[in-house]
Design a protein around this ligand. Structure first.
Ligand code: KDO
Length: 377
């Protein structure tokens, strides 16, 4: 039996609206829209505890009051990301938009702002907290800046592979972390997506077997101390630079190298100014599709559910394409004349893990969380 929700997310039962009135609007969908209601089909036999009966009179009054306005204003959802349009996680945002539009035609105006044109990289979380931005693709490094205990998610060689990543963020650990982040930061993490496995790339080739071989290499990292620490743990000389500046930095020699997953090297065209890729695989990295609590709480329960479903579809699209590309790109880069080298990954893992474990970051990690993450199979 269909259940209808009002804008506060309360479910209501529709009264018998006289045919005379129904004939004023072209379809049941539009009628619901004018009433400020939406439809969600709840399987027969599932009891919806919050169901409240609204009287026919109240709904009719609501219909008559809403009729002249013919439709409510759309909720604008601006999504900010530094990524370029060719990147899977930007393409994914259009999947999110289209899925949401399919579920709720005309209700949302999803605007994708890529290439850091709306907010610069790293500024998105604060913009959301100040009410200046509705949505963003955040990194766990952005979160850790305000919640140092979650720097655990920025540690190299912690998450093992994309499956481990999906299980950690999509299981009880993710649920707990998301709840805490919502409470403390006023930001809801809708969906974790796979950014990829980060590798080191260099503008000029050199022998890199162990972290000692990266000594003195100006390795570009995004501009926060959590990122710089990762560069340092890898043995390099970390140099902060915004994502949008990396191509030029590699070309002009301001930086010697950078670290990013292979699909990013392709979409942002870094490979054009790269001579060597060192397969360190040092960070199996996630991004979080996030929405400000202010925007989230203004939505009905049904809209929130639609948004979650749209985010999950977008994530599958992104994750499948990224994982596939990571497999295929080695050959693509080789064909471009880029040298692909395999270092002593065990040596990198040991050095990086030790650096994290004895850092001030590890002191703040929630007790037992490291063991719980490692135990996720
Ligand atoms: C980068 O700047 O290297 C990085 O990979 C960091 C990520 O957290 C994320 O911001 C990403 O850039 C952008 O989405 C571009 O892919």
């Amino acid at each position: 039996m269909p259940v209808y929700y009002d804008q506060l997310g309360r479910s209501v039962e529709l009264p018998n609206i006289p045919r005379r009135i129904i004939s004023l609007v072209p379809s049941q969908t539009e009628l619901l829209h004018y009433l400020g209601l939406e439809e969600e089909v709840i399987p027969v036999g599932v009891k919806h505890t919050a169901t409240k009966r609204a009287t026919a009179a109240a709904l009719l009054a609501c219909l008559l009051a809403a009729a002249p306005a013919l439709g409510q204003t759309k909720t604008v959802l601006r999504i900010s990301t530094p990524a370029v349009p060719e990147d899977w996680h930007v393409k994914m945002l259009y999947v999110f938009r289209d899925e949401l539009n399919k579920a709720s035609p005309g209700r949302f105006d999803v605007q994708v702002h890529h290439s850091g044109t709306l907010f610069r990289q790293g500024a998105e979380a604060v913009a959301m907290q100040r009410g200046n931005l509705e949505m963003a693709l955040l990194s766990m490094q952005d979160i850790a800046r305000q919640m140092p205990e979650y720097s655990i998610f920025t540690a190299g060689y912690l998450i093992r592979d994309p499956e481990h990543l999906a299980k950690v963020y999509g299981g009880p650990i993710g649920e707990e972390v998301n709840r805490r982040i919502a409470e403390v930061l006023g930001i809801q993490l809708l969906q974790a997506v796979y950014l990829g496995t980060r590798q080191v790339s260099l503008a000029q080739p050199r022998t890199v077997k162990t972290p000692a071989d990266l000594a003195g290499v100006k390795l570009r990292m995004p501009g926060s101390k959590e990122w710089l620490f990762l560069g340092q743990a890898l043995g390099a000389n970390p140099t902060p630079l915004a994502f949008t500046e990396v191509y030029l930095g590699l070309k002009t020699g301001t930086i010697d190298g950078q670290d990013n997953p292979l699909p990013t090297l392709k979409s942002a065209k870094f490979y054009e100014v790269t001579r060597q890729i060192v397969l360190t695989g040092h960070l199996v990295d996630a991004l979080q599709l996030a929405i400000s609590s202010k925007t989230w709480h203004a939505l009905s329960a049904a809209h929130r559910a639609q948004m979650k479903r749209a985010a999950a579809k977008a994530a599958s699209f992104n994750d499948e394409n990224r994982v596939r590309e990571e497999r295929e790109l080695i050959e693509f880069f080789r064909a471009k004349g880029i040298e692909i080298t395999v270092p002593d990954v065990a040596a990198f893992r040991k050095t990086v893990q030790e650096a994290y474990l004895k850092s001030e970051y590890a002191e703040k990690w929630p007790r037992g969380l490291l063991e719980r993450i490692n135990a996720v199979k």
